[in-house]
Unconditional design. Sequence first.
Length: 252
Amino acid sequence: MAYPKAVSDTFFASWPDALKQASVPHEEIPISPDDVLALAANTPEFCEKFAMFNHFDLSQDFLDEVTAGLEKFPSGAFPRLDYCSWKESCLLNSPARTLRDVEAIILQPNQRIASALMEPAIHNQGANFYLREWIDMPRWSEFRIFMRDRKIIGISQYYTTEQFPQIQQSLDDIRQALIEFCLFLYKESHLETVIADVFLSNQNEKLQAHLIELNPFLKRADPCLYSWEKSDFDGKFRFIKNERVVAAPMAS
Ligand SMILES: Nc1ncnc2c1ncn2[C@@H]1O[C@H](COP(=O)(O)OP(=O)(O)O)[C@@H](O)[C@H]1O
Ligand SMILES: [Mg+2]
C-alpha cells in the first residue's frame, strides 16, 4: 500500500465487519495501475507533475465492472475512491444510475482525486474504487466525531456555515443517536484515534447514526466547530444556534 498507514487504516478495506455493517452497502472495484493513471490524467495539474501529454482511456475491464456493480444499486450509486470522493463535483447531488452517469463524475478534473492518486501513481500501484448505495443525506444530519485514545473528545455538526432548525428541534433525539453511535465506535473501532463522519436516518421512528467514512486524526482534517490551534475539544456536541456555537453535554 502506497499510503502512510495512518491514512490506509481508515480505508474501507481496513474496517472491521461491525463498522461496515454500520455504514452503507458498497461494491469494491479494484483499479489497475494503468487505470489509476487514466483517472488521474483528467486533472491537468496531475499531468503537469507527471509530464503526461497523452489521454488514456479507462480500461474496458474497469468499465464493465462498474456496469455490473451498478446493477446492484437500482436506486443509484455514489462513486468514491478509498481515499476520498468526487464531492467537489456539482454532479454529485444526484445518484449515478448508468455508466454514463459515473463517467460524468469520475472523468472530471478534480484536485483532491488527483492528489489521492499521486501515491499509487508514483509507486505504480493500483487503488480501490467503490460504488456505494446512494442514500439521501440531509445536510443537517451529518456530524463529525473526534475520538482520541478511544475517548470521544468532541462532536460537531458537519456543515459549519449553516444553521439547522432540525438540530434544535430534535436535539435530544440527535444526542441520543450520537451517544449510541459513540458507544458503538468506542467498542468496535480498530483505531484508537480517528475522526468518524456519520449521518442520521429514521429507523423505526428512531434516529440512528450510520458511518459515512473514517478520516485520519490529522490537523489537515477539518475540525468543524472545534479548533486545532486552540485545542478546545471538550467532549461536547457543538452546533450553531442563533448564529452562535452552542455546546450541548453528551452525557445525560
Ligand atoms: N452513499 C452516499 N449517498 C449519497 N451521498 C453520499 C454518500 N456517501 C457520502 N455522501 C455525501 O457526499 C459527501 C462526501 O462523501 P465522503 O464519503 O465523506 O467522501 P469525502 O472523503 O470526499 O468527504 C458526504 O459528506 C455526503 O454528503
Ligand atoms: Mg467526507
